[in-house]
Design a protein around this ligand. Structure first.
Ligand code: SF4
Length: 278
């Protein structure tokens, strides 16, 4: 923060009330608090009762003290659009500055593989959510083109280097979601020596159902910079909620069951590809 870098401090907020005295409100600091929906949904998602209430108390306290606060929401299988819309209404009423949303998806190390949404089911869900949102002012902290992608109206390749992950082991290849692909010791090595073509939907079965913002928001931003008029029109109109969906990317690897289907998730035959929200 001293370097004037923007820090999004991601937290489940369980200790935040106790630790908040260690921080000062700053334009460079945002608490990004994990809430996966209403009370029942969130507590079920994290397998612990009372977590939702604690997080909400921390949000109220942080907003009251003048901190920037974002709610980070991952949607899982079985979500109802109306319920999600009501949750967004509630999060907005808490005075948070932003809501980030992403569909959960099944990958090898997901703790609850059976609850992750499939790709086409996600798109239909997002269309219904955005229908409810037409008359609302949810502070969704995304580009309109990413939201349009979630609603199935854009065919995007993933840009995993758009949100690089660094942790104790080094720079994680290719993104924070895939944890078995190794680490680079330097950022230069991450960028120059990672075989990026191995990753992304259509390129890797582990990525088959991913629509996560860490990989696809950078693609949407690049698209907006390359096509500002298209981005402006979408900004005015909002994400599309009807009409045919944009085609899926072709699958470039030998057909094999991804972890999603292997885990017993239903395959949606309504999409061009048997596919898939943090
Ligand atoms: S598609 Fe998803 S899991 Fe695969 S590299 Fe991109 S962000 Fe990571």
């Amino acid at each position: 923060m001293k370097k004037k870098k923007f820090v999004y401090l991601c937290t489940n907020a369980l200790l935040l009330q106790r630790k908040m005295k260690d921080y000062k409100p700053s334009v460079y600091l945002t608490f990004s608090i994990h809430l996966d929906g209403n009370q029942l949904r969130h507590d079920t998602s994290v397998c612990q009762e009372g977590v939702f209430d604690k997080a909400v108390e921390a949000i109220r306290m942080a907003v009251d003290k003048g901190f920037r606060v974002n709610v980070n929401c991952t949607l899982f299988q079985g979500e109802e659009a109306k319920e999600v819309a009501e949750f967004f209404d509630y999060a907005t009423s808490l005075g948070v500055e932003g809501i980030t949303v992403s569909p959960g998806f099944s990958y090898d190390h997901a703790p609850q593989q059976e609850v992750f949404l499939q790709r086409s089911a996600s798109k239909r869900l997002f269309r219904r959510i955005f229908e409810f949102g037409k008359s609302k002012k949810w502070p969704l902290n995304h580009s309109t083109l990413y939201l349009d992608f979630l609603a199935g109206n854009q065919t995007y390749h993933c840009t995993p280097w758009g949100n690089p992950t660094r942790n104790l082991f080094g720079w994680q290849r290719p993104c924070y979601l895939l944890v078995d692909e190794g680490y680079a010791s330097t950022f230069k090595s991450l960028i120059e020596e990672t075989d990026w073509g191995k990753y992304g939907t259509g390129n890797n079965p582990k990525c088959a159902n991913c629509m996560a913002h860490c990989g696809y928001e950078p693609t949407a931003v690049n698209d907006a910079l390359a096509h500002p008029l298209k981005a402006f029109q979408k900004f005015i109109q909002g994400p599309g909620t009807d009409g045919p969906m944009a085609p899926e990317l072709p699958v470039a690897y030998a057909e094999e069951k991804s972890s999603a289907t292997a885990a017993g998730l239903p395959v949606d035959t309504g999409s061009a590809q048997a596919n898939h929200n943090g």
